[in-house]
Write a protein that binds this ligand. Structure first.
Ligand code: GLC
Length: 419
């Protein structure tokens, strides 16, 4: 579960509000003065994440606005100096550990509050008449030190951190047209990575430092297959929103249905990837009812279907139409996005499956092999290509968001290449 929470939760109209509305640091001070998350209860976040089937949570320690949720020694622009009056990261880390969830931090490389962060094409002050002038007084070397110092705090003061999501580099492209963008030189990514890996040897780090990371992060789209890097498959995790915004966005009604979210999760795992699904808690600190409903809906399905997702990955087999395969050891999971009439044909699987059952209730699914030469008749399905396994389905679709059939491959076929 991804969590975007910060001062932007107050205006509640997208986490980029400061940039979109070209707000100055002074304009934005109103939110700092009113940040009072009286209902913040990270144990409740952890409970909802866990019930949704999540295994780790990634919270914004600082977003592009520059506001820090932890008790940093390097700025006054932190939760402790708002009505919140305390470090909000420490209880979060503790709540996750108690719940048996892994601990993740998101950290923005970009900082629209820091006086040394130079004004560029996405900065709130980009349309000021005297940008060049303003930039003369700004020194990225000073900001770089601040960035490294803050990351050092986060990597030193909260015990083991499992996951780090940096955001983001834009050296070239549409965000670097009028003014230079920013990349690895600005962040000194190489030394930043070295420091982190020394302090947290087991951590995994994403790919947005303008240098390769441990995994890649497609954002707000579903990759069409395995993701490649340097000529080979790379681990990937799609980050996705509930409604298009990451921060709490009160009037945005573009919510994805639970059915769609589950299909995105399954589709990702079937392509060898993972899903980092975001919620944007309110400024009072709660996951709002729409977010909670989405998590609960996913949890309802995950309660009985987690084993087709957790620890599962892609299969090289081609599934029938409207289906996705995932595989974990000698179990192959057939996810049926649409429910066909009475049978589903699985090419290449004849003789390779010992047993089949519906995952939601462990009820047997009978298997048969249709003779390839058998002509179609009125009362029986016709032949299927040699090697096809046919599963016999009930007419009634099981009452779950996405039905799954668990196929137990026979012992000799635990190796994918054997199929
Ligand atoms: C983007 C956005 C940001 C969001 C992030 C999540 O790069 O700038 O608001 O935090 O993606 O992946």
């Amino acid at each position: 579960m991804f969590v975007h929470w910060g001062l932007y939760s107050l205006p509640a109209r997208h986490e980029w509000v400061m940039s979109f509305e070209r707000q100055s640091v002074e304009d934005y001070a109103a939110y700092f003065g009113h940040f009072d998350p009286d209902l913040y209860d990270p144990r409740e976040w952890a409970r909802q994440a866990k019930a949704a089937g999540m295994e780790y949570v990634v919270l914004t320690t600082k977003h592009h606005e520059g506001f820090c949720l932890w008790d940093t020694a390097l700025t006054d622009y932190k939760a402790g100096n708002t009505p919140a009056g305390r470090d909000l990261i420490a209880p979060y880390v503790q709540a996750l550990r108690e719940a048996g969830l892994k601990v993740g931090f998101y950290h923005s490389l970009i900082d629209w509050h820091h006086p040394d962060f130079t004004i560029d094409d996405i900065h709130p002050l980009r349309d000021a008449p005297n940008v060049e002038e303003l930039n003369k007084g700004r020194d990225m070397a000073v900001y770089r030190q601040y960035l490294h110092g803050q990351v050092r705090e986060l990597m030193s003061n909260y015990g083991t951190i499992d996951y780090l999501f940096f955001d983001f580099s834009y050296r070239a492209g549409p965000m670097a047209v009028r003014y230079p963008g920013k990349g690895s030189d600005d962040w000194d990514s190489e030394n930043l990575l070295t420091m982190i890996r020394r302090l947290q040897p087991g951590i995994i780090i994403n790919d947005r430092l303008d240098m390769p990371g441990d995994f890649v992060t497609p954002e707000q789209y579903q990759p069409s297959g395995a993701m490649m890097g340097g000529g080979k498959e790379v681990p990937w995790e799609a980050c996705q929103t509930l409604n298009g915004s990451w921060g709490y966005d009160r009037d945005n009604m573009d919510y994805k249905s639970v059915d769609l979210l589950l299909r995105m999760l399954i589709d990702g795992v079937a392509k060898g990837g993972n899903l980092l699904l975001n919620v944007g808690p309110t400024a009072r600190g709660e996951i709002d009812p729409r977010g909670s409903a989405a998590l609960a809906g996913m949890g309802e399905w995950m309660r009985t279907h987690a084993r087709s997702i957790r620890g599962a990955g892609s299969s090289s087999l081609v599934p029938p139409s409207d289906c996705r395969y995932t595989r974990r050891g000698n179990r192959l999971y057939l996810h049926l996005f649409a429910w066909p009439l009475k049978v589903v044909h699985l090419p290449g699987l004849a003789g390779k499956v010992d047993y089949a059952q519906l995952l939601n209730d462990a009820s047997e699914i009978r298997m048969e092999k249709l003779d390839p030469s058998q002509a179609a008749r009125n009362t029986q399905p016709g032949g299927q290509p040699a090697g096809t396994l046919t599963l016999k389905l009930p007419v009634q679709r099981p009452k779950v968001a996405v039905p799954v059939i668990e196929l137990f491959l026979n012992g000799t076929n635990t190796d994918e290449s054997g199929l």
